[in-house]
Design a binder for this molecule. Structure first.
Ligand SMILES: Nc1ncnc2c1ncn2[C@@H]1O[C@H](COP(=O)(O)OP(=O)(O)OP(=O)(O)O)[C@@H](O)[C@H]1O
Ligand SMILES: Cc1cn([C@H]2C[C@H](O)[C@@H](COP(=O)(O)O)O2)c(=O)[nH]c1=O
Length: 198
C-alpha cells in the first residue's frame, strides 16, 4: 500500500530566535499525535557540516567556499535522510535549510536568487516554512544567556542583513512569519495553529 505523503516543515531565522527550541517542541507534539517524525538540522552532523561548524570558531571561509560546503552537506542530507523519510510518509522537521544559505551567504554578497536556484535543483521545497523573526539585539542577548559567546556567524550587522533576506520571503504561500519575542509557549502555539490548519 502506498504510504501517505510526508509533511516537510522547515524552521528558519537568525541565530537565537528559538529554532531549536521550537523544533523540539513541534516534534514532540506531532509524535504525541502518532506521526512518525524525523527532526534534523543544517549544517548537519556529517563530515561537511562538521567542517562548517569548525569555521564558526576558527574563522569563516569565503562566501563562495561556504556555499560549496553547504551545498555538499545538503546534497548528502537530502539523499540520505530527507527524501527517503518523505517518501515513507514521515514528517520531516528541519532546523535550518537552504533559506539560511540564501540569508547568510546572501548577506556576504552571493545572489540569494541564484543560491535558491542552485538548491531547488535538488532540494525539495518544504510544505511549510516558519521564519522565526526577532530583532538582532534580543537574539544576541539570548545567545549570551545560553552561555555562548557570539561566534563568527553571529555578528550584529550581518545578522541584520540575514533578517532582511528572511523577511523578503514573506508573501510566498508556504511561508509563515512567526514573531518570536513572545514566550516559547506562545510561539509554539502559533506554529501549531498553522500546522493544524493544513
Ligand atoms: N521565546 C523565547 N523567549 C525567551 N528565550 C527563548 C525563547 N526561545 C528560546 N529562548 C532561549 O534563547 C536561547 C536560544 O534559543 P535556541 O537555541 O532555540 O535558538 P536558535 O534559533 O536555535 O539559535 P541558533 O541558531 O544560534 O542555534 C536559548 O537559551 C533558549 O532557551
Ligand atoms: C544552514 C546554514 C547555516 N548557516 C549558519 C547559520 C549559523 O550561524 C551557523 C550554524 O548554525 P546553528 O543554527 O547555529 O547550528 O551556520 C549558514 O551560514 N548557511 C547555511 O546554509
Amino acid at each position: 500500500m502506498t504510504p501517505p505523503p510526508g509533511l516537510f516543515i522547515v524552521l528558519e531565522g537568525i541565530d537565537g530566535t528559538g529554532k531549536s527550541t521550537q523544533t523540539k517542541q513541534l516534534a514532540e507534539w506531532l509524535r504525541a499525535q502518532g506521526r512518525e517524525v524525523i527532526a534534523s538540522r543544517e549544517p548537519t552532523d556529517g563530515p561537511w557540516g562538521a567542517k562548517i561548524r569548525a569555521t564558526a570558531a576558527t574563522g569563516r571561509l569565503s562566501a563562495e567556499e561556504e556555499l560549496e560546503y553547504f551545498l555538499k552537506d545538503r546534497r548528502e542530507h537530502v539523499e540520505t535522510l530527507i527524501a527517503p523519510a518523505l517518501a515513507e510518509g514521515k514528517v520531516v522537521i528541519l532546523d535550518r535549510y537552504y533559506f539560511s544559505t540564501m540569508a547568510y551567504q546572501g548577506s556576504r554578497g552571493v545572489d540569494p536568487a541564484e543560491i535558491r536556484r542552485q538548491n531547488e535543483a535538488f532540494a525539495p521545497v518544504p510544505d511549510l516554512l516558519f521564519i522565526l523573526d526577532l530583532d538582532v539585539e534580543t537574539a544576541l542577548t539570548r545567545i549570551g544567556s545560553r552561555g555562548d559567546t557570539a561566534n563568527e556567524f553571529e555578528k550584529h550587522d550581518s545578522l541584520a542583513k540575514c533578517r532582511e533576506i528572511f523577511l523578503g520571503l514573506s508573501g510566498e504561500p508556504f511561508v509563515h512569519i512567526i514573531p518570536s519575542g513572545e514566550s516559547p509557549e506562545a510561539v509554539q502555539e502559533r506554529i501549531r495553529g498553522v500546522v493544524d490548519s493544513r
